[in-house]
Design a protein around this ligand. Sequence first.
Ligand code: ADP
Ligand code: ADP
Length: 229
Amino acid sequence: APLIEVRGVTVRYDIARTGTSLMAVEGVNLDIAEGEFVTVLGPSGCGKTTVMNVIAGLVQPTEGTVTVDGRIVTGPGPDRAVVFQDYALLPWRSVFDNVRFGLEMQSTLNSGDWRERVQNAIELVGLAGFEQSYPRELSGGMQQRVGLARAIVAEPRILLMDEPLGAVDALTREVMRDEIEKLITATGKTVIFITHSIEEAILLGDRIVVFKSHPGAVLEEITVDLPRP
Ligand code: ADP
Ligand code: ADP
């Protein structure tokens, strides 16, 4: 069975101000196998982030279910971690303490070797020596490395990446794209990676899922399987 099964997921957001609701995604089905690197393309506003947030357990679907390893997702869990486009770092915390937060969220901080795990994650993303720096002292690319370290520190099976390189300059983006590919290949994680870059989608993905928006906010999902070299 696929590791992740998205079944008939519909999300309507209530708009409190107007008392109406907005159909963000409708009837989405998606299967993702263990170890797959799936890239997701589609126009702004078509619901990519919403579907990812349902898989992350951050948004409850109005209809439908997501299962991970056969268990229905009802909230966040240690098997899934998210990397956000805007990094979402805690500005008052050092790099080390931001990465430590990845363990705190999963309440795995009680394991005896937590300091070592934080340090290893920081080294894996190339930030050794910056442990005591603060986010504002770092470039965009480096801040996203912190976001990546925070996501991998608890060793989740699934990495959910929402345009992780979208706010990083073009040169750094290319470097980090290759680094992410190496990191994922080495760890065998299952990845869902939202991007606006067709190049990124092709270079990183084992499979590309295209979300297409139609009038009436109905989505169509097109899957293209890519041969691997
Ligand atoms: P994408 O990631 O493809 O850009 P999103 O999932 O962010 O799309 O958004 C899908 C639709 O849902 C958009 O019309 C967006 O404005 C709307 N939307 C997203 N989040 C919310 C929210 N929290 N409340 C109301 N509407 C939202
Ligand atoms: P931005 O994403 O804001 O354009 P970059 O990530 O390209 O910034 O980095 C800007 C500066 O920070 C460069 O001078 C780069 O050499 C330096 N830098 C980036 N990552 C590291 C690192 N891991 N170690 C040391 N310096 C780094």
